[in-house]
Write a protein that binds this ligand. Structure first.
Ligand code: AMP
Length: 249
């Protein structure tokens, strides 16, 4: 069974985001970019399934502009076998468009499982896996925290409000990863070197017959409101007085 893992290049989670002066989005120039953390978890899970003899090949796919291949290389350095890069002029392709592109790749590659992150930390859309499963007509299990592959089926434990839910899905299926599914490995130096030789196939959206025109318009992007300065109080009585004045108690 092949496993396809879509990996998105996003602003690194340690970077303090800056909004562009015209409010059209966030600044991407000269900003450290990394693989979306939930996608690292997806790659890790696919690799573990391959190591357990449940999968034969792990394919990392990414849709994005120049340098997106760096993110695919990271997946290859972790252990993925090959990559597919759907090259675009711009970043920020909408989830529905990404899902349509992924459907075409799934149709061409025939994986038994597609493992996506539950959400990309840039837009927090949490849509692509769900849309892909609908477009393919495949079962889906989102927010997976445990995965057990059986004969023609997969048991997925999901984190839900106040507990865990376990679903059995017929393969092929779509999964999205939650934070506690696993702890992704670091790529070792020899594997980083080996990854340089692994193939990355380049495609365009036009090759796949997909129109990249956006359907959504960003009206504004705003920084969160700054916090007002705190104050040190001299006694409990002063604290209670201040809280009463602020209408908190
Ligand atoms: P989202 O629906 O945008 O929150 O993204 C959910 C998941 O879809 C991500 O964790 C990735 O696995 C996948 N994904 C979204 N956008 C892309 C992209 N441009 N290239 C590859 N995978 C993507």
């Amino acid at each position: 069974m092949k496993i396809l893992v879509p990996v998105k290049r996003v602003v690194d989670y340690n970077v303090k985001i800056r909004v562009k002066p015209d409010g059209s989005g966030v600044e991407l120039a000269n900003v450290k970019m990394s693989m979306n953390p939930f996608d690292e978890i997806a790659i890790e899970e696919a690799l573990r399934l391959k190591e357990a003899g449940k999968a034969t090949e792990v394919i990392a796919v990414s849709i994005g502009p120049v340098k997106t291949d760096e993110t695919i290389r990271t997946a290859l350095a972790m252990g993925a076998d090959r990559g597919i890069w759907v090259k675009t002029d711009e970043a920020g392709i909408e989830p529905l468009t990404v899902a349509k592109i992924l459907r075409k790749i799934v149709e061409a590659e025939g994986p038994g499982l597609v493992i996506l992150g539950k959400q990309a930390i840039d837009d927090d859309a949490n849509q692509t896996g769900q849309m892909l499963s609908a477009l393919l007509g495949w079962p889906q299990a989102t927010f997976a925290s445990k995965v057990v592959v059986g004969e023609g089926k997969i048991d997925v434990t999901r984190e839900i409000d106040g507990g865990l839910q376990t679903l059995e899905l017929a393969l092929p299926a779509v999964l999205t990863t939650d934070l506690r599914l696993n702890e992704p490995r670091y790529a070792s130096l020899p594997n980083i070197m080996k990854a340089k030789k692994k193939p990355i196939e380049e495609k365009s959206a036009a090759d796949l017959g997909i129109d990249l025109s956006p359907r959504l318009e960003v009206l504004s992007t705003l920084e969160p409101a700054g916090r007002t300065a705190g104050k040190k109080v001299g006694s409990v009585a002063e604290l209670v007085g201040d809280l009463k004045q602020a209408g908190v108690i």
